[in-house]
Design a protein around this ligand. Structure first.
Ligand SMILES: *[C@@H]1O[C@H](CO)[C@@H](O)[C@H](O)[C@H]1NC(C)=O
Ligand SMILES: *[C@@H]1O[C@H](CO)[C@@H](O)[C@H](O)[C@H]1NC(C)=O
Ligand SMILES: *[C@@H]1O[C@H](CO)[C@@H](O)[C@H](O)[C@H]1NC(C)=O
Ligand SMILES: *[C@@H]1O[C@H](CO)[C@@H](O)[C@H](O)[C@H]1NC(C)=O
Ligand SMILES: *[C@@H]1O[C@H](CO)[C@@H](O)[C@H](O)[C@H]1NC(C)=O
Length: 709
């Protein structure tokens, strides 16, 4: 009997070992699917596939058409670095898209028309003939586009216009001097109407200006009720929330000025028209200038007749990440609650939210036909142990039976991925339960005393969720390399209610910092993590917290700081999102100077001993690179090992060049390897004592050893 068990175990072991571990090369070749869209009638869908090209240091995209009935796909076009707004025309006969000519990578098999001039094109792909027809749209580089309700009229938004005389006068006065707050000629947006004339092989377009707007237009939506265009406004920086509202203009009286429809503290986004055509649905990111409490992103419905606003998903305790109009009324929405991001429906403002049974993991890019009830539905899905692919389900009731239609990340299913579980602990000060994800190195699920990396998500209004990410966000890779990885959903994270989100106010780093340290304590108490081999890291708000934590304790052997903050008053002064920082502090720097200084890592630097690796994008406007330079200089003078990497031409998202994220992770892993995984003597008395004990026992052992000999 014992023999049989042994043989079985051996077999099981060898079976488990047939799956090799993921390599860094493989990890970074993960494929993403930036768009998925089902046709109006539900017969087809198109999707984009995006993968890194290491030779050209760019991300290249392909656009695919999938025939749902025939279960066949065909390539629409390949090798573009960007498709702008691939959209179904209202009839579903065409897929239209724009390509940034200047960005276009070298074309190969099915090349698009390329132009040496600044002329811009809109492309019409015919589903029936499988041909792409380019249509010139002068030199307008659209920032957003929306179809009317027929295939004959489309609206696009381009940069504002200015006359030659205005430009010349401005240049004459200012030369190259930047007058920061003064609006330059042509700084607004222009809305164009494009009239399309199609025969099967020939398409012509006639452009005319509908409106010259002095404000910047972010999103645009055609509404046939009273022939209007509804749009959101934006600003380059988030200083005044009044700059972010919803407006409309009536197309039959374009000379009249636009109408402001909302007055909400926050950012309105994802405008969509309800199926009755008389409500605008949108998500609100409730940033606050201090008068109201910030909340998780919510879903609202704006009545175009009464201008009343109602909240959808009101009883849903998490964050609404996206939504789609149901053709028979109501909405599908995707919401994050705890570690999962799943599908819900609601029939009307007064109906209950219904959870739709699917899989644990993360749903995104949810799409359904706009003009056919029932289905099919398409979406992208991944979980920590299942790579992202696109799935198709016959209807919402068949969500759990959806089938993949892509297979680009199959390799990840053939690798020994880390095993991940939920982990819970309490902040014993206020007894709040905190949740996190624990990633075990492959094959080490039952092992004790593992070296621990705490990897902290950004935001703070975001969360680590049950999703396989393979970017510079790299918990899976760190665990593959032997680290137990804890991703804590500290105070301020989404998915745990609005109170949880708001509790870090006035204690923006100290409270979440405490949540995190208590999680580390719990892991050590549970015997899972080795108290002598701890490391910490994070990006953006996770970088802020990393910088904070190394000032609070010397227990971490290594730190990985990405786009973090060091001094909050200067951070507030340079970032594009000052409303968030002043909200979290409870005022401007001159109103609550003590909060700004007591929560700023720079004023606690004398305690830092942790070797720290720092990364920041050269053009980061969210957390200015200055913050990383400040941190680096402090550590340099303190004699703490430090390395600062500046990623050229990258912004906060590190999304422009694949090598940037890859080099970041490569170097961070090296840093962990060099400093994180070793028992170092530390300067606290306790450590000196334990060090002496170690010495003593060494002496004794040596003695024993010689004695035995
Ligand atoms: C949507 O479907 C209805 C009825 O099936 C049809 O009358 C209408 O023209 C369709 N709309 C579009 C934009 O295809
Ligand atoms: C495209 O490829 C051709 C030939 O391979 C090469 O000569 C040209 O420089 C490339 N253009 C760009 C923009 O990479
Ligand atoms: C918009 O501005 C341009 C350039 O100044 C001008 O030619 C055009 O007539 C204006 N159009 C409208 C509709 O105001
Ligand atoms: C899915 O997650 C929930 C909690 O988030 C858990 O209770 C449930 O057991 C999980 N189901 C599966 C099949 O893992
Ligand atoms: C840490 O070091 C030990 C040897 O001291 C080694 O066995 C282990 O693989 C290392 N772990 C990591 C994550 O580097």
């Amino acid at each position: 009997m014992i023999f049989v068990v042994l043989v079985l175990q051996l077999l099981l072991c060898s079976f488990a070992e047939t799956k090799p571990k993921l390599t860094q090369d493989e990890f970074f070749n993960y494929v993403d699917y930036p768009t998925v869209s089902v046709s109006p009638t539900g017969e087809y869908l198109f999707y984009e596939e995006m993968r890194p090209s290491w030779e050209t240091n760019s991300f290249v995209r392909k656009l695919w058409l999938y025939d749902i009935r025939q279960q066949q796909k065909r390539l629409i076009t390949a090798d573009s670095t960007d498709f702008f707004f691939p959209m179904w025309s209202p009839s579903g006969k065409w897929i239209t898209f724009f390509v940034n000519n200047h960005l276009m990578a070298n074309t190969s098999r099915r090349s698009l028309e390329r132009s040496e001039t600044a002329d811009q094109y809109m492309y019409f792909y015919s589903v029936s003939t499988n041909k792409i027809i380019p249509v010139q749209i002068q030199n307008i580089q659209p920032s957003v586009a929306t179809w009317s309700n027929s295939d004959t009229v489309l609206y696009i938004v381009g940069p504002g216009l200015s006359s030659r005389e205005e430009d010349d006068a401005y240049r004459k006065e200012w030369k190259d001097v930047i007058n920061y707050r003064q609006t330059k000629p042509g700084e607004g947006s222009t809305i164009y109407e494009i009239k399309i004339d199609t025969t099967d092989s020939l398409i012509s377009a006639e452009l005319s200006i509908v409106y010259n707007a002095s404000l910047l237009i972010n999103e645009l939506l055609y509404v046939s009720y009273e022939e209007q265009l509804v749009f959101t406004s934006k600003s380059r920086v988030y200083e005044d929330l009044d700059n972010f509202e919803i407006y409309s203009i009536h197309l039959n009286q374009p000379s009249s000025s636009f109408l402001r429809l909302t007055s909400l503290e926050g950012i309105e986004q994802n405008l969509q028209l309800s199926n009755d055509g008389k409500h605008i649905l949108f998500r609100l990111w409730a940033l606050s200038s201090g008068r109201i409490q910030t909340t998780q992103r919510r879903l609202y419905s704006l009545d175009l007749i009464t201008l009343q606003i109602g909240r959808l998903g009101a009883n849903f305790n998490g964050v609404i990440t996206e939504f789609t109009i149901k053709p028979d009324g109501g909405v599908y929405f995707i919401g994050q609650l705890g570690l999962n991001v799943q599908v819900y429906t609601q029939e009307s403002l007064t109906d209950d939210v219904m959870y739709r049974q699917g899989w644990n993991g993360t749903y995104e890019r949810f799409s359904s036909p706009s003009n056919r009830t029932g289905g099919p539905i398409a979406f992208a899905f991944s979980s920590l142990e299942r790579p992202k692919e696109i799935y198709l389900a016959e209807s919402i009731d068949r969500l759990g039976f959806a089938k993949t239609i892509t297979d680009e990340n199959r390799l990840f299913t053939q690798r020994d991925l880390p095993h991940a579980t939920a982990y819970h602990w309490r902040n014993t000060e206020d007894n709040r339960e905190i949740e996190g994800i624990l990633h075990y190195p492959p094959g080490k699920l039952t092992e004790k005393n593992l070296p621990l990396l705490v990897l902290i998500h950004g935001g703070p209004n975001a969360a680590s969720v049950n999703e396989l990410q393979a970017t510079w966000n790299w918990a899976t890779m760190a665990a593959t390399e032997g680290w137990l990885v804890l991703e804590p959903n500290y105070r301020g994270s989404t998915g745990y209610g609005d109170e949880f989100l708001d509790e870090l106010r006035h204690r923006l780093l100290s409270l979440p910092g405490q949540d995190i340290l208590m999680g580390v304590d719990q892991l050590i108490k549970d015997g899972i993590a080795d108290s002598q081999r701890l490391a910490v890291g994070g990006y953006s708000y996770g970088g802020f917290l990393t910088n904070w934590l190394i000032t609070q304790t010397t227990r971490f052997n290594a730190a990985l700081s990405g786009a973090g903050g060091a001094e909050h008053a200067s951070g507030w002064g340079t970032m594009d999102l000052p409303v968030l920082l002043s909200y979290l502090h409870g005022g401007f720097p001159w109103q609550v100077p003590n909060v700004y200084s007591s929560e700023s890592p720079i004023y606690h630097m004398s305690k830092v001993r942790t070797p720290t690796h720092i990364v920041v994008g050269e053009n980061d406007v969210r957390v200015d690179a200055d913050q990383s330079f400040i941190l680096e200089r402090c550590l340099h003078y303190l004699g703490v090992p430090v390395q600062l990497l500046i990623l050229p031409k990258e912004g906060h998202a590190i999304a422009n060049y694949p090598w940037s994220g890859r080099i970041k992770v490569r170097e961070e892993l090296k840093w962990l390897h060099q400093y994180g995984n070793q028992t170092l003597p530390k300067e606290s008395a306790a450590n000196i004592i334990s060090f002496s004990f170690t010495l003593l026992s060494l002496v004794i052992c040596t003695f024993c050893f010689s004695f035995q000999n």
